[in-house]
Design a protein around this ligand. Sequence first.
Ligand code: ADP
Length: 355
Amino acid sequence: MTQIELHNIVKTYPRQALPAAAEVSLHVASGTLVAMLGPSGSGKSTLLKLIAGVELPDNGDIRLDGQSVLDVPAHKRGAVLMFQKAYLFPFLSVAENIAFGLKVQGVSQATQHAEVRRMLELVELPGCERKRPAQLSGGEQQRVALARALVIQPRVLLLDEPFSSLDPTVRQTLQEAVRRIQRERGITTLLVTHDRSEALAMADQVALLDRGELLACAPPQRLFARPPTRRAARLMGVTTFLRGELAGGQLRTGLGTLTVCTEGVPPGQATYAIRPEHLRLGGAPGPNTLPARILSQTFRGEQHEYQAQVGDATIRVWAFQPLDAPIGAQVFVQFPPEHLFAVDDDEPEGRHKHA
Ligand code: ADP
Protein backbone atom coordinates (compact mmCIF):
# COMPACT_ATOMS: atom_id res chain seq x y z
CA MET A 1 0.00 0.00 0.00
CA THR A 2 1.54 3.26 -1.11
CA GLN A 3 0.31 6.83 -1.10
CA ILE A 4 1.50 9.32 -3.70
CA GLU A 5 1.88 13.03 -3.12
CA LEU A 6 2.68 15.64 -5.70
CA HIS A 7 3.69 18.99 -4.23
CA ASN A 8 3.66 22.09 -6.46
CA ILE A 9 5.04 20.23 -9.44
CA VAL A 10 6.30 22.45 -12.24
CA LYS A 11 7.56 21.06 -15.53
CA THR A 12 8.26 23.00 -18.72
CA TYR A 13 9.79 21.15 -21.65
CA PRO A 14 12.55 22.85 -23.64
CA ARG A 15 11.25 25.25 -26.30
CA GLN A 16 7.68 25.13 -24.92
CA ALA A 17 6.00 28.40 -24.00
CA LEU A 18 3.53 26.90 -21.53
CA PRO A 19 4.36 24.53 -18.69
CA ALA A 20 3.13 20.94 -19.07
CA ALA A 21 2.62 20.98 -15.29
CA ALA A 22 1.92 24.28 -13.55
CA GLU A 23 2.16 23.98 -9.76
CA VAL A 24 0.25 20.71 -9.58
CA SER A 25 -0.43 19.32 -6.12
CA LEU A 26 -2.27 16.03 -5.83
CA HIS A 27 -2.73 13.39 -3.16
CA VAL A 28 -3.46 9.80 -4.15
CA ALA A 29 -4.52 7.82 -1.10
CA SER A 30 -3.09 4.36 -0.62
CA GLY A 31 -4.93 1.63 -2.56
CA THR A 32 -7.12 4.04 -4.54
CA LEU A 33 -7.47 4.63 -8.27
CA VAL A 34 -7.24 8.24 -9.39
CA ALA A 35 -8.09 9.06 -13.00
CA MET A 36 -6.35 12.02 -14.57
CA LEU A 37 -8.85 13.35 -17.07
CA GLY A 38 -8.25 16.14 -19.56
CA PRO A 39 -7.96 16.97 -23.23
CA SER A 40 -4.93 16.04 -25.28
CA GLY A 41 -1.89 18.09 -24.26
CA SER A 42 -3.23 18.95 -20.79
CA GLY A 43 -0.21 17.38 -19.07
CA LYS A 44 -1.57 14.01 -17.95
CA SER A 45 1.21 11.82 -19.36
CA THR A 46 3.81 14.26 -18.10
CA LEU A 47 2.62 13.71 -14.52
CA LEU A 48 2.82 9.93 -15.00
CA LYS A 49 6.35 10.20 -16.39
CA LEU A 50 7.38 12.39 -13.47
CA ILE A 51 6.05 9.86 -10.96
CA ALA A 52 7.68 6.99 -12.85
CA GLY A 53 10.97 8.88 -12.85
CA VAL A 54 11.28 9.02 -16.63
CA GLU A 55 11.20 12.83 -16.41
CA LEU A 56 12.30 15.16 -13.63
CA PRO A 57 10.32 18.20 -12.46
CA ASP A 58 11.78 21.73 -12.63
CA ASN A 59 10.30 22.37 -9.22
CA GLY A 60 8.26 20.70 -6.53
CA ASP A 61 8.43 17.32 -4.85
CA ILE A 62 7.09 13.81 -5.44
CA ARG A 63 6.69 11.59 -2.39
CA LEU A 64 5.81 7.94 -2.07
CA ASP A 65 4.68 7.16 1.46
CA GLY A 66 6.04 10.49 2.61
CA GLN A 67 9.55 9.94 1.19
CA SER A 68 10.76 12.14 -1.64
CA VAL A 69 11.69 10.03 -4.67
CA LEU A 70 13.29 12.77 -6.77
CA ASP A 71 16.73 11.24 -6.16
CA VAL A 72 15.51 7.68 -6.71
CA PRO A 73 16.12 6.38 -10.26
CA ALA A 74 13.14 5.14 -12.27
CA HIS A 75 13.92 1.43 -11.88
CA LYS A 76 14.01 1.72 -8.10
CA ARG A 77 10.75 3.63 -7.59
CA GLY A 78 8.56 0.53 -7.75
CA ALA A 79 6.20 2.12 -10.28
CA VAL A 80 5.19 0.30 -13.46
CA LEU A 81 3.82 1.98 -16.56
CA MET A 82 1.30 0.45 -18.91
CA PHE A 83 0.60 2.08 -22.26
CA GLN A 84 -2.00 2.14 -25.03
CA LYS A 85 0.04 -0.51 -26.83
CA ALA A 86 1.11 -3.64 -24.98
CA TYR A 87 4.77 -3.59 -26.18
CA LEU A 88 5.22 -7.33 -25.59
CA PHE A 89 8.39 -9.04 -26.78
CA PRO A 90 7.15 -10.61 -30.05
CA PHE A 91 9.55 -13.58 -30.05
CA LEU A 92 8.93 -14.56 -26.44
CA SER A 93 5.96 -16.65 -25.32
CA VAL A 94 3.26 -15.19 -23.09
CA ALA A 95 4.83 -16.95 -20.09
CA GLU A 96 8.30 -15.59 -20.91
CA ASN A 97 6.88 -12.10 -21.35
CA ILE A 98 5.17 -12.20 -17.99
CA ALA A 99 8.14 -13.78 -16.21
CA PHE A 100 10.62 -11.29 -17.67
CA GLY A 101 10.72 -8.99 -14.63
CA LEU A 102 11.07 -11.93 -12.24
CA LYS A 103 13.91 -13.38 -14.28
CA VAL A 104 15.75 -10.05 -14.11
CA GLN A 105 15.29 -10.14 -10.34
CA GLY A 106 16.84 -13.63 -10.25
CA VAL A 107 13.70 -15.40 -9.02
CA SER A 108 13.83 -19.23 -9.29
CA GLN A 109 12.30 -21.06 -12.29
CA ALA A 110 9.75 -22.82 -10.10
CA THR A 111 8.53 -19.53 -8.59
CA GLN A 112 8.42 -17.96 -12.07
CA HIS A 113 6.17 -20.78 -13.34
CA ALA A 114 3.87 -20.54 -10.35
CA GLU A 115 3.65 -16.76 -10.57
CA VAL A 116 2.94 -16.81 -14.31
CA ARG A 117 0.12 -19.30 -13.76
CA ARG A 118 -1.31 -17.18 -10.94
CA MET A 119 -1.12 -14.00 -13.03
CA LEU A 120 -2.79 -15.62 -16.04
CA GLU A 121 -5.66 -16.68 -13.82
CA LEU A 122 -5.87 -13.19 -12.38
CA VAL A 123 -6.17 -11.59 -15.83
CA GLU A 124 -8.52 -14.38 -16.96
CA LEU A 125 -6.25 -15.92 -19.61
CA PRO A 126 -5.47 -19.33 -18.10
CA GLY A 127 -3.59 -21.79 -20.32
CA CYS A 128 -2.07 -19.15 -22.61
CA GLU A 129 1.52 -19.69 -21.43
CA ARG A 130 2.90 -21.01 -24.72
CA LYS A 131 1.19 -18.61 -27.11
CA ARG A 132 3.06 -15.82 -28.88
CA PRO A 133 1.78 -12.23 -28.64
CA ALA A 134 0.81 -12.27 -32.35
CA GLN A 135 -1.66 -15.10 -31.63
CA LEU A 136 -3.57 -12.90 -29.17
CA SER A 137 -6.18 -10.20 -29.76
CA GLY A 138 -5.47 -6.59 -28.74
CA GLY A 139 -7.46 -7.00 -25.54
CA GLU A 140 -5.64 -10.25 -24.66
CA GLN A 141 -2.27 -8.60 -25.29
CA GLN A 142 -3.24 -5.83 -22.86
CA ARG A 143 -4.17 -8.50 -20.29
CA VAL A 144 -0.70 -10.00 -20.69
CA ALA A 145 0.83 -6.53 -20.33
CA LEU A 146 -1.17 -6.10 -17.13
CA ALA A 147 0.02 -9.48 -15.83
CA ARG A 148 3.61 -8.55 -16.66
CA ALA A 149 3.18 -5.26 -14.77
CA LEU A 150 1.61 -6.87 -11.72
CA VAL A 151 3.89 -9.89 -11.38
CA ILE A 152 6.69 -7.80 -9.89
CA GLN A 153 4.29 -6.50 -7.21
CA PRO A 154 4.72 -2.81 -7.98
CA ARG A 155 4.05 -0.16 -5.34
CA VAL A 156 2.28 1.96 -7.92
CA LEU A 157 0.52 1.16 -11.20
CA LEU A 158 0.60 3.92 -13.82
CA LEU A 159 -1.83 3.42 -16.70
CA ASP A 160 -1.44 5.67 -19.75
CA GLU A 161 -4.61 5.30 -21.86
CA PRO A 162 -4.32 1.48 -21.81
CA PHE A 163 -7.83 0.91 -23.15
CA SER A 164 -8.06 3.55 -25.85
CA SER A 165 -7.15 1.36 -28.84
CA LEU A 166 -9.62 -1.40 -27.93
CA ASP A 167 -13.14 -1.77 -29.30
CA PRO A 168 -15.93 -0.80 -26.87
CA THR A 169 -16.88 -4.29 -25.63
CA VAL A 170 -13.29 -5.43 -25.03
CA ARG A 171 -12.53 -2.06 -23.49
CA GLN A 172 -15.31 -2.43 -20.96
CA THR A 173 -14.35 -5.96 -19.90
CA LEU A 174 -10.71 -4.96 -19.51
CA GLN A 175 -11.68 -1.83 -17.54
CA GLU A 176 -13.70 -4.06 -15.22
CA ALA A 177 -10.82 -6.54 -14.91
CA VAL A 178 -8.33 -3.80 -14.04
CA ARG A 179 -10.68 -2.28 -11.50
CA ARG A 180 -11.35 -5.67 -9.87
CA ILE A 181 -7.66 -6.56 -9.64
CA GLN A 182 -6.70 -3.07 -8.47
CA ARG A 183 -9.30 -3.24 -5.68
CA GLU A 184 -8.50 -6.83 -4.67
CA ARG A 185 -4.80 -6.13 -4.42
CA GLY A 186 -5.10 -2.57 -3.14
CA ILE A 187 -2.63 -1.23 -5.69
CA THR A 188 -2.38 2.54 -5.76
CA THR A 189 -3.16 3.38 -9.38
CA LEU A 190 -3.13 6.43 -11.62
CA LEU A 191 -5.07 6.19 -14.86
CA VAL A 192 -4.56 8.72 -17.65
CA THR A 193 -7.56 9.09 -19.92
CA HIS A 194 -9.31 11.64 -22.09
CA ASP A 195 -12.51 9.57 -21.94
CA ARG A 196 -14.86 11.11 -19.40
CA SER A 197 -17.07 8.05 -18.99
CA GLU A 198 -14.01 5.84 -18.44
CA ALA A 199 -12.73 8.15 -15.71
CA LEU A 200 -16.13 8.35 -14.03
CA ALA A 201 -16.69 4.59 -14.19
CA MET A 202 -13.30 3.51 -12.89
CA ALA A 203 -11.96 6.07 -10.45
CA ASP A 204 -12.27 6.72 -6.74
CA GLN A 205 -11.25 10.31 -7.48
CA VAL A 206 -11.06 12.17 -10.77
CA ALA A 207 -8.33 14.78 -11.21
CA LEU A 208 -9.28 17.24 -13.95
CA LEU A 209 -6.38 18.70 -15.90
CA ASP A 210 -6.32 21.48 -18.45
CA ARG A 211 -3.29 23.25 -19.92
CA GLY A 212 -1.01 21.91 -17.21
CA GLU A 213 -3.28 23.00 -14.38
CA LEU A 214 -5.16 20.79 -11.96
CA LEU A 215 -8.66 22.27 -12.03
CA ALA A 216 -10.31 19.95 -9.52
CA CYS A 217 -9.97 16.59 -7.84
CA ALA A 218 -13.09 14.95 -6.42
CA PRO A 219 -15.09 11.71 -6.36
CA PRO A 220 -16.71 11.09 -9.79
CA GLN A 221 -20.33 11.71 -8.80
CA ARG A 222 -19.55 14.95 -7.00
CA LEU A 223 -17.39 16.25 -9.84
CA PHE A 224 -20.06 15.34 -12.39
CA ALA A 225 -22.94 16.92 -10.47
CA ARG A 226 -21.12 19.96 -9.08
CA PRO A 227 -17.92 20.88 -10.91
CA PRO A 228 -16.51 23.80 -8.94
CA THR A 229 -15.45 26.15 -11.74
CA ARG A 230 -16.56 27.09 -15.24
CA ARG A 231 -13.53 25.40 -16.85
CA ALA A 232 -14.06 22.24 -14.80
CA ALA A 233 -17.75 22.26 -15.72
CA ARG A 234 -16.91 22.52 -19.43
CA LEU A 235 -14.65 19.47 -19.18
CA MET A 236 -17.53 17.63 -17.52
CA GLY A 237 -19.79 18.34 -20.51
CA VAL A 238 -21.60 21.46 -19.30
CA THR A 239 -22.13 24.02 -22.05
CA THR A 240 -24.69 26.40 -20.55
CA PHE A 241 -23.50 29.12 -18.21
CA LEU A 242 -25.45 32.13 -17.00
CA ARG A 243 -23.71 35.13 -15.55
CA GLY A 244 -25.67 37.84 -13.81
CA GLU A 245 -26.52 39.76 -10.69
CA LEU A 246 -27.70 37.63 -7.81
CA ALA A 247 -30.19 39.16 -5.36
CA GLY A 248 -33.04 37.69 -3.29
CA GLY A 249 -32.86 34.22 -4.86
CA GLN A 250 -33.04 35.65 -8.40
CA LEU A 251 -30.26 35.75 -10.99
CA ARG A 252 -30.73 38.69 -13.32
CA THR A 253 -28.95 37.87 -16.60
CA GLY A 254 -28.86 39.44 -20.05
CA LEU A 255 -31.17 36.67 -21.21
CA GLY A 256 -33.79 37.02 -18.48
CA THR A 257 -34.29 36.53 -14.74
CA LEU A 258 -34.19 33.05 -13.20
CA THR A 259 -34.85 31.66 -9.74
CA VAL A 260 -31.77 29.88 -8.38
CA CYS A 261 -30.62 28.21 -5.15
CA THR A 262 -28.43 30.67 -3.30
CA GLU A 263 -27.17 28.54 -0.42
CA GLY A 264 -23.53 29.42 0.12
CA VAL A 265 -23.46 31.90 -2.77
CA PRO A 266 -22.90 35.56 -1.84
CA PRO A 267 -25.12 38.18 -3.53
CA GLY A 268 -23.58 40.17 -6.38
CA GLN A 269 -22.07 38.97 -9.65
CA ALA A 270 -22.48 35.20 -9.98
CA THR A 271 -22.17 32.49 -12.63
CA TYR A 272 -24.51 29.51 -12.69
CA ALA A 273 -24.26 26.37 -14.81
CA ILE A 274 -26.67 23.62 -15.82
CA ARG A 275 -26.18 20.25 -17.49
CA PRO A 276 -27.79 19.72 -20.94
CA GLU A 277 -29.95 16.85 -19.68
CA HIS A 278 -31.44 19.05 -16.96
CA LEU A 279 -32.75 21.73 -19.31
CA ARG A 280 -36.28 21.15 -20.62
CA LEU A 281 -37.74 22.30 -23.90
CA GLY A 282 -41.48 22.78 -24.19
CA GLY A 283 -44.13 24.59 -26.17
CA ALA A 284 -45.51 26.67 -23.32
CA PRO A 285 -44.05 29.09 -20.79
CA GLY A 286 -43.82 27.91 -17.18
CA PRO A 287 -41.84 28.53 -14.02
CA ASN A 288 -38.24 29.53 -14.72
CA THR A 289 -38.57 29.45 -18.50
CA LEU A 290 -37.04 31.68 -21.14
CA PRO A 291 -38.22 31.97 -24.76
CA ALA A 292 -36.05 30.11 -27.27
CA ARG A 293 -35.93 29.17 -30.95
CA ILE A 294 -34.95 25.70 -32.13
CA LEU A 295 -31.88 25.80 -34.35
CA SER A 296 -31.16 22.10 -34.86
CA GLN A 297 -31.98 18.61 -33.72
CA THR A 298 -29.56 15.66 -33.72
CA PHE A 299 -30.46 12.09 -32.83
CA ARG A 300 -27.71 10.68 -30.60
CA GLY A 301 -29.10 7.26 -29.74
CA GLU A 302 -29.79 7.61 -26.03
CA GLN A 303 -31.06 11.15 -26.45
CA HIS A 304 -32.04 13.88 -28.87
CA GLU A 305 -29.77 16.88 -28.82
CA TYR A 306 -31.26 20.28 -29.60
CA GLN A 307 -29.51 23.54 -30.15
CA ALA A 308 -31.71 26.45 -29.24
CA GLN A 309 -31.18 30.18 -29.38
CA VAL A 310 -31.95 32.07 -26.19
CA GLY A 311 -31.39 35.79 -26.67
CA ASP A 312 -28.00 36.04 -28.36
CA ALA A 313 -26.74 32.75 -26.91
CA THR A 314 -26.94 29.20 -28.22
CA ILE A 315 -27.64 26.47 -25.70
CA ARG A 316 -27.57 22.71 -25.96
CA VAL A 317 -30.46 20.67 -24.56
CA TRP A 318 -30.80 16.90 -24.31
CA ALA A 319 -34.24 15.38 -24.44
CA PHE A 320 -35.06 11.70 -24.04
CA GLN A 321 -38.22 12.11 -26.12
CA PRO A 322 -38.28 14.11 -29.35
CA LEU A 323 -40.07 17.45 -29.19
CA ASP A 324 -43.08 17.94 -31.43
CA ALA A 325 -41.74 21.17 -32.94
CA PRO A 326 -39.90 21.85 -36.21
CA ILE A 327 -36.57 23.64 -36.66
CA GLY A 328 -37.18 27.36 -36.31
CA ALA A 329 -40.13 26.91 -33.93
CA GLN A 330 -40.51 29.30 -31.00
CA VAL A 331 -40.42 27.28 -27.78
CA PHE A 332 -39.54 27.71 -24.11
CA VAL A 333 -36.57 26.36 -22.25
CA GLN A 334 -36.97 25.62 -18.58
CA PHE A 335 -34.13 25.93 -16.05
CA PRO A 336 -35.18 23.86 -12.99
CA PRO A 337 -33.71 25.79 -10.02
CA GLU A 338 -32.57 22.61 -8.26
CA HIS A 339 -30.27 21.84 -11.20
CA LEU A 340 -28.75 25.32 -11.55
CA PHE A 341 -25.50 25.46 -9.59
CA ALA A 342 -23.02 28.25 -8.95
CA VAL A 343 -19.49 27.94 -10.33
CA ASP A 344 -16.39 30.03 -9.78
CA ASP A 345 -15.80 31.90 -12.99
CA ASP A 346 -12.25 31.01 -14.00
CA GLU A 347 -12.56 32.06 -17.64
CA PRO A 348 -11.80 35.64 -18.57
CA GLU A 349 -14.70 37.76 -19.84
CA GLY A 350 -15.00 38.02 -23.60
CA ARG A 351 -13.70 34.51 -24.29
CA HIS A 352 -17.19 33.07 -24.24
CA LYS A 353 -20.89 33.72 -24.59
CA HIS A 354 -22.90 33.47 -21.43
CA ALA A 355 -24.87 30.42 -22.33
P1 ADP B 1 -1.46 14.72 -22.32
O1 ADP B 1 -0.94 13.45 -21.75
O2 ADP B 1 -2.52 15.36 -21.48
O3 ADP B 1 -1.89 14.60 -23.76
P2 ADP B 1 1.32 15.59 -22.26
O4 ADP B 1 1.76 15.48 -20.85
O5 ADP B 1 1.72 14.53 -23.21
O6 ADP B 1 -0.27 15.82 -22.31
O7 ADP B 1 1.82 16.98 -22.87
C1 ADP B 1 1.65 18.22 -22.19
C2 ADP B 1 2.34 19.31 -22.99
O8 ADP B 1 3.73 19.10 -22.99
C3 ADP B 1 1.92 19.36 -24.46
O9 ADP B 1 1.89 20.69 -24.87
C4 ADP B 1 3.03 18.60 -25.16
O10 ADP B 1 3.18 19.05 -26.48
C5 ADP B 1 4.23 18.93 -24.31
N1 ADP B 1 5.23 17.85 -24.29
C6 ADP B 1 5.06 16.60 -23.82
N2 ADP B 1 6.20 15.86 -23.93
C7 ADP B 1 7.12 16.69 -24.47
C8 ADP B 1 8.50 16.54 -24.82
N3 ADP B 1 9.16 15.39 -24.61
N4 ADP B 1 9.12 17.62 -25.37
C9 ADP B 1 8.49 18.78 -25.56
N5 ADP B 1 7.18 19.00 -25.24
C10 ADP B 1 6.52 17.97 -24.71
